[in-house]
Design a binder for this molecule. Structure first.
Ligand SMILES: [Zn+2]
Length: 221
């Protein structure tokens, strides 16, 4: 029989899985989005070398020009990064809320809301930021005040993941056993519910037999 403490452990584990799954996508998504911003600059034969020649300042000038663009990957990169840094700063201020004077505040590694114009640097900054958050998941789970912000940020991540076809397996996903075929090939992903519930739902898919189970299955009116 499950005790209250078992149920709490399950809920915490689910929250943590969801947290890691979404944040693990952010670095590669930033890489893809920033990389996709480069062709907005007029180019000769399409190489980055040409772009640097034309704008004179390379990536930095490209992004400065891109600052005036309101749609497409440029706007999506700004939007995503703004959600992530905004959330990270909010987490930091909540975590440091009760830190007494002699102790140093726990400050996130990146505080710049501007998107770095180099794809690999943008990926690296997202990686350390996501890592910082994941390392503090045990404390962040208690910050119920930030749940709405987190849920909205995760919706943005899922949306952009679909739009730009970023389907790598997040780094900590471990396959589990299939209840149909018995193979250890069930992967969990998270999706937007089809029945209108605000939080993300779990979707478990077996890559051996194709069995799929959605958490919101059978709950549609
Ligand atoms: Zn299976």
């Amino acid at each position: 029989m499950l005790t209250m403490s078992d149920l709490q452990d399950q809920a915490d584990r689910r929250w943590r899985d969801e947290f890691e799954w979404h944040l693990s996508i952010v670095p590669v998504l930033m890489d893809v989005l920033v990389d996709a911003t480069l062709p907005v600059i007029p180019v000769g034969l399409g190489s980055r070398f040409d772009k640097d020649q034309i704008t004179g300042g390379g990536y930095r000038d490209n992004m400065a020009m891109a600052d005036r663009i309101d749609t497409g990957p440029v706007a999506d990169a700004r939007d995503l990064w703004d959600w992530v840094i905004g959330y990270t700063l909010a987490v930091s201020s909540w975590l440091n809320h009760d830190v007494p004077a002699p102790y140093a505040a726990d400050i996130p590694p990146v505080v710049d809301r501007r998107v770095n114009a180099d794809p690999l640097t943008a990926r690296g900054l997202a990686l350390v930021t996501a890592g910082w958050l994941i390392d503090r998941a045990d404390r962040i789970v208690l910050l119920t005040e930030l749940e709405d912000h987190r849920a909205e940020m995760f919706r943005t991540i899922r949306h952009l993941r679909g739009r730009y076809g970023v389907f790598n397996h997040p780094r900590r996903a471990r396959p589990t056993q299939c209840t149909i075929c018995g193979e250890m090939t069930v992967h969990t992903r998270w999706a937007t519910s089809t029945d209108g519930r605000p939080r993300s739902i779990e979707v478990k898919t077996c890559s051996t037999c194709g069995d799929e189970h959605r958490e919101d299955e059978g709950t549609r009116p």
